[in-house]
Every structure is written in structure tokens, then in C-alpha cells.
Design a binder for this molecule. Structure first.
Ligand code: FE2
Length: 291
């Protein structure tokens, strides 16, 4: 839904700089889906509360046809954003949904979900992202939650400069995104920028933030960030936001959140605070008690 008529201005006087650039790592997951892992495990502490970002994009069915058959999750949230293609989701809580171009699926695994994510096409382009967002220790064993948003159910608007913004989570230009979360307070924006356009987003310096460019190139305070690259933004005290400029037509994700500052223990699809809790998750899964 377009809410351009309701937007407020964002003002940024001291934008963040790029602290480091990361190139997505080619890998495969599920039953052999080829993807780029943009946010990898060594960055989990730096980008707390985010645990992973994957980007898949291919028109070769061999790269995605096997999908992600039944597998468990515990302790965090998964956010899947489809740019193109069709994926069917089914889970142990009885939820089922078809994810299509421009749509978002937000799943809070909490104490446990077993689900499958399988392509519902045999040819054509499959493109999208999966972000893993951590849960605070106090919420890791909460009941699972799930919601699908079709493209037209996501708030979207045209920001000054002609930048198209899809507000998946958090608040931008006075607009509340589709999902809000206490604790981690995630901001998740998809930006489509015409050549030369500038985009500003106010943000306190304590938030961990990054930009992933997936078309074209951005200039972030003098650093060129090309397609397939993630820019980790500095948390310099006194900074008040993020400012991006497109050197040509570009698309990018701007993602930020409030760090939890809690221990992170991960074993594959389980993310808890301690090794003991991971052992418990594996034991629960093996005993059929996870979900
Ligand atoms: Fe999954």
C-alpha cells in the first residue's frame, strides 16, 4: 500500500561512514540451493542482533529446485523477502503460505518450528533474501509466530529524490513498517534509487546498521559500494543517521537494530545463549519435542 501522502521528513546532519566492506560468500544450503551468504557468522557480534543474511538469485533451476525440505529452528526469527519467484512454506505450527515477488514472510521460531520452503515453479528467476534476527534470551522459548505479507500489504512510499521505499520493519519518514519488535527494534528497508538520488534515514549511533547493495552502486559518505557488497556502517558517537547516494539506478537493503549484548551460541539452525541450551535443542529435536 502506497502511503506517500503521509510521510514526514528525515533529517541527517552527521551521517555514518562505512567501517568495512564485505563481499557475499558463495555457499549452498537446504537441499543444495546456491546462494550468497552476505552476513556470515564472524560478523554476528558486530552486527548484533542480526545473525545471517542470505541472497539468492538465479534463473537456473538447478540452483534452487531442491529448495529447503523440512528442517528445525529455535531461538530467533527468520525474515524472507522475495524479489522474484514463488516459494511454498509449510510448518509444524500448521501455517502455510505462498511467497511471491515483493512479499515477506516473518517467522518467529521461538521454542521451535519445523518447516519447509520449496519452490513452486520449475523455471524462471528466483531471487530474494533471508535475514535471521536474534531473539532476546527472555523470548527464545516463546511460542512461535508467523505472518505472510503480500507485496501490496507492505507499506511503501516515495521519499524525497524519488527513492522508492518498502518498509518491511521499523520506522522511516514517519511511516511504521509492516513489523515492529520491542527489544531488537529492527529497521528493514528495501530502497530503489534513481541515478543521483540521495536517501537519508535518521538513526541513533547505538544501533548496529548495514547496507547491502543488490543492483547498481551507492556512494556512502565517499565510499563506493558496488552490487553484491555489504557496507557495515560505523557507530561513531555523534552520528545521527545514514545518507546514501546512487551513482546510477540502484537497489539496496538498509538494515539496522538495537544490539542485545547477550552471548550468542549457534549450532546450525539453533541459536541460543549457551552450549547447554544448544544440547537441549538437539535433544528436543531428536526426541520429537522441539515442535
Ligand atoms: Fe528455515
Amino acid at each position: 500500500m502506497d502511503v506517500t501522502d503521509r510521510i514526514a521528513t528525515e533529517q541527517v546532519a552527521r551521517p555514518r561512514r562505512v567501517e568495512r566492506l564485505e563481499l557475499g560468500q558463495p555457499t549452498s544450503d537446504g537441499a543444495g540451493v546456491k546462494l550468497l551468504r552476505v552476513l556470515t557468522q564472524p560478523l554476528q557480534r558486530r552486527l548484533d542482533p542480526f545473525l545471517m543474511l542470505d541472497n539468492f538469485r538465479s534463473d537456473d533451476p538447478d540452483d534452487w529446485i531442491a529448495g529447503f525440505p523440512d528442517h528445525p529452528h529455535r531461538g530467533f526469527e527468520t525474515v524472507t523477502y522475495m524479489i522474484a519467484g514463488r516459494m511454498r512454506h509449510r510448518d509444524s505450527a500448521g501455517n502455510e503460505g505462498l511467497l511471491e515477488g515483493g512479499g515477506v514472510q516473518w517467522m518467529t521460531a521461538g521454542r521451535g518450528v519445523i518447516h519447509s520452503e520449496l519452490p513452486e515453479q520449475s523455471e524462471g528467476l528466483m531471487e530474494g533474501f533471508q535475514l535471521w534476527l536474534n531473539l532476546p534470551a527472555s523470548d527464545k522459548m516463546r511460542a512461535p509466530w508467523y505472518r505472510d505479507f503480500k507485496a501490496d500489504e507492505l507499506p511503501s512510499f516515495t521519499a524525497p529524490g524519488g527513492v522508492r521505499v518498502v518498509a518491511i520493519a521499523g520506522r522511516s519518514h514517519g511511516i511504521e513498517g509492516a513489523v515492529t519488535r520491542e527489544g531488537t527494534e529492527p529497521l528493514y528497508l528495501d530502497l530503489a534509487l534513481p541515478e543521483g538520488a540521495r536517501f537519508e534515514q535518521a538513526m541513533p549511533p547505538g544501533r548496529n546498521a548495514f547496507v547491502y547493495v543488490y543492483r547498481g552502486e551507492l556512494d556512502i559518505e565517499g565510499t563506493r559500494v558496488g552490487s553484491g557488497r555489504m557496507a557495515v556502517l560505523s557507530n561513531a558517537p555523534g552520528s545521527d543517521g545514514v545518507a546514501l547516494r546512487a551513482t546510477g539506478p540502484a537497489r539496496a537493503l538498509l538494515i539496522a537494530g538495537r544490539p542485545l549484548g547477550e552471548p550468542i551460541a549457534q549450532y546450525g539452525p539453533f541459536v541460543m545463549n549457551t552450549v547447554e541450551e544448544l544440547h537441549q535443542a538437539v535433544a528436543d529435536f531428536q526426541a520429537g519435542r522441539l515442535a
